[in-house]
Design a protein around this ligand. Structure first.
Ligand code: ADP
Length: 483
């Protein structure tokens, strides 16, 4: 089966979040299963600076508002999976993927509609007949729309089916209607049954109404997005497509996230010999200059500083958690108000709280390795990778009962003494604090806590099963008529 994954980010080339982990892992897993899976993504400066590529000689011209923009198609020299890059320097050769710290790039509608269209032109120029084109989030959601409306009669795409994976419904690619002319999409599509959404262009909606199948990244989130509470205004459109909507849980790359081989942590460990975890904790406390005893619980947060991740709960809970005996570590970056709030707390509680603003994979690995508890108070969480990585490193998640956190964290049952973490329902600081105190009680009973660690570390979050589910969906789609 020939599969093209068209995405705005993929490990190891460019990453801003979980999307890159997922697309990178899927490519490897599909190939492991014998599929011909290939990547197409934009050629950003981060790719230019870190990867060796060759020019295929293929040129991809597009006419946009009587301007001729020509992209070139590059190919990676790495051999883990075939990867192609759309090179158009004036659109993609920039520091950020989607914007800078002051906001999104103003030409994102042009950038990602251009990328979505040239990706199809690239496949055509390569003369590879795709069985499946798998696109991800709003950035490439227009691909199925273009295929259906612009290229359906092309012989090369006659048997192609499209799949859109929604990693986060909170980001839809909404643009002012005046930008429609940059996308090449006619006004006749700017209607409620089309890509119009409350007076704006909605890229994600373009994919939702045009893909042969929709998937999202956990079974629970697939149900949640059909409700008003989690649907971000698209629940009605999604309900119409519910018979073609599937929840397939993300995995994590077990070769990349493994405390037994991780070179970033000071001492490696595994379930068979957990002594290294103590060394990791000691080292982390020292590095972050916390004045807590090694016996005190160390709870951490890693993630984007956006309202989705529940930072307002953390902000309000910090003083009480410190009073209860927790040491705390927070790593992330994002919205300025959260960054300032966290730094403000840091200046007040330096002995018990460490805050690092930024993106730092090495520190992240040390936090996963050296913490006891991983906090995830998300407002909503499509799947969440961090809680799975934490469990792999014997760090017990305390999270809100939402989305993929429900599918991956087994709430501790105090009577049966079994579970892999702790969940709370209500979105409030007090519910989060109470849940962390519940975890603290168990933490103080070492043998019980060790049992939770064992259950968490034994969980299988590798990609094997999920990749098979995608393949089985692809096969089903091939047997059906296209949309
Ligand atoms: P998201 O909603 O951002 O996609 P996920 O939990 O799905 O959240 O994935 C987040 C990924 O990004 C994980 O691999 C996590 O370790 C990583 N990550 C997030 N923030 C940081 C940071 N500040 N430094 C290092 N890694 C980070």
């Amino acid at each position: 089966m020939k599969i093209f994954i068209v995405t705005s980010e993929a490990v190891p080339y460019a990453k801003t979040g979980g999307l890159a982990d997922v697309t990178g892992s899927l490519l490897k897993e599909f190939r492991k299963l014998g599929m011909d899976a290939r990547l197409i993504m934009p050629f950003y400066s981060v790719v230019a600076n870190s990867s060796e590529t060759i020019d295929t000689g293929i040129r991809l011209p597009l006419n946009i508002l009587s301007d001729n923009i020509t992209a070139s198609l590059l190919e990676s020299r790495r051999n883990d999976y075939p990867a192609y890059f759309i090179r158009c320097d004036k659109l993609f050769m920039r520091e950020g993927l989607y914007g800078t710290s002051s906001g999104d790039y103003p030409d994102n509608a042009l950038r990602f509609s251009f990328f979505s269209r040239t990706a199809l032109l690239a496949i055509r120029a390569l003369s590879i007949r795709p069985d499946i084109i798998h696109v991800h989030d709003w950035q490439t959601a227009p691909v199925p729309f273009y295929l259906k409306n612009f290229y359906r009669d092309e012989p090369l795409f006659k048997d192609t089916r499209t799949v859109l994976t929604i990693h986060n419904l909170g980001y839809q690619g909404l643009f002012h209607p005046s930008l429609l002319s940059y996308t090449g999409i006619g006004l006749e599509h700017f209607v409620p049954q089309g890509i119009e959404f409350y007076g704006k262009i909605n890229f994600l909606k373009a994919g939702i109404i045009s893909s042969d199948a929709l998937t999202t990244v956990s079974e629970n989130y697939a149900k949640e997005i059909l409700t008003e509470e989690y649907g971000f205004g698209l629940h009605g459109v999604l309900r119409e497509r519910a018979s073609r909507l599937y929840g397939i849980l993300n995995g994590i790359d077990y070769t990349q996230w493994d405390p037994e081989t991780d070179r970033s942590i000071p001492r490696r460990f595994s379930l068979r010999d957990m002594r290294g975890k103590k060394v990791c904790k000691r080292n982390l406390i020292k590095k972050s200059a916390l004045k807590i005893k090694e016996s005190q619980p160390l709870a951490s947060f890693i993630g984007r500083f956006v309202s989705q991740k529940g930072l307002d709960l953390i902000e309000k809970a910090v003083p009480e958690l410190i009073k209860a005996g927790f040491g705390l570590i927070i790593l992330g970056s994002g919205e300025r108000t959260y960054e300032e709030a966290m730094l403000n707390l840091y200046s007040k509680f330096r002995d018990y709280l460490y805050v690092r603003i930024g993106y730092d994979e090495d520190l992240a690995r040390n936090i996963y390795g050296g913490s006891d508890i991983f906090i995830m108070p998300s407002r909503y969480e499509p799947c969440g990778l961090t809680q799975m990585i934490a469990m792999r490193y014997g760090t017990i998640p305390v999270g809100r009962a939402t989305g993929g956190l429900i599918d991956t964290i087994q709430d501790y049952d105090h009577l049966r003494r079994i579970g892999s973490g702790f969940l709370f329902r209500e979105y409030s600081p007090s519910a989060m604090i109470e849940c962390l105190k519940r975890a603290l009680c168990v933490y103080n009973r070492t043998s019980e806590w060790n049992k939770i660690i064992k259950v968490a570390m034994k969980k299988d979050f590798s990609w094997g099963n999920s990749a098979l589910k995608y393949l089985s969906l692809f096969r089903t789609l091939k047997a059906q008529e296209p949309l």
